[in-house]
Design a protein around this ligand. Sequence first.
Ligand SMILES: [Zn+2]
Length: 427
Amino acid sequence: MLARILPFVALCLITISASAQKPAILIKAGRLYDAEKNVFTNNQQVLIEGSKIKAVGPDLQVPAGTTVLDMPGATLTPGLIDAHTHLLLMQRASENLAVDAFLNSPERRVLRAASFARSYLESGFTAIRDLGNSGYYLDLEVASAINRGYIPGPKMWCSGPILSAIDGQFYQLPYADRVRVAEKEYRLIRGEEDAVQAVKEHVNNSVNVIKVVAFGERMGVTLAELKAIVKTAHEQHLPVTAHSTGGESLNMAIEAGVDGIEHAYYIADSLLAKMKRKGIYMVPTDPSFQSVIEAQKSQNITIFDTAGIRKELSPLSERLLRAHKAGVKIVAGSDAYTELQISRGDAAKQTIQAYVEEGLSAADALKAATINAAEALGQKGNMGVIKPGATADIAIFGGDLEKNFSKTLFNVSMVIKDGKIVYTKEK
Ligand SMILES: [Zn+2]
């Protein structure tokens, strides 16, 4: 009996001595984006121990056995964060939003989401916030599979079903179908008491954020319902973010005290000032020039009206710069769900590219996708920054992101998540 136990004891001792020293990685980078100072610095070294960043500086002492990665031509950034995505949703550019839930089984949507999760990771994203259109809590299933190591992917913050008025966002369907299909995909709100109940259901299902569609196409939740949602969620320490493209629903959502506004395509200076005053962030889900081209290609368009596209995008740029100037916190979110010929991760990154096309600096665009997004996830100081004590989520780009932003952004060399190298570009 003892002979059978002894090898087991010996194995435990080896395991304990091996775990006493955490695996260490030293990255020597040509350039580093410092998200707290919002500047690029030169010739920095980053020491990772276990899942955390241990030290950052120009010349670090490292423990014996440290893996050294010498990358003089690379730029390091905190792992990118997409604060508005839909991993369980895909539709053609010309299709109704309801088609996916109508035609595709939950199993098919989950398996598809697994491939999107991998592509996000390989594009440099180490965290995403999934904001609904994910069946009934399928987002949490995918998040759980990633956390357990069954599939590769970024860390996920999930909303579960979107809270909305009874048309959901399926306004193009006939009324009877609209409610029936919306019921599968949204948590439809019927009054203040029901709004409180909906938030409680979501809390029981362990969501990380409440997403509410303040206004669909024909119907919106009322101000009283919005207030009940925000109050109940905040009592449970959950943030609330509201889909609102503009108009009265924007005013109502801000009045109700939401934490974030998604889209905000049309917004007056007076409301921007109010957002700034109340500390409400904006998630501009803006397309880049290239993503519009990709969407047109997916509809078999082969001749592009480039001047027309630029003209169509210019109002978005104008309002983004107004928001930035007003001091509203900009948080990057792609709203990527269209079926394109580029990977989902690269499609999501087009939004960060869009911010630069719209007139933000490379540093400001990265700020939106790192430190600001981390704050929206409730991870201030822990994620979205490369500094001692923070979680070691790092994206490494081949090239100089400050000088050559567009090309470098799409050239990911390596991704580190929780201190582990999870992606290395094939040579
Ligand atoms: Zn969305």
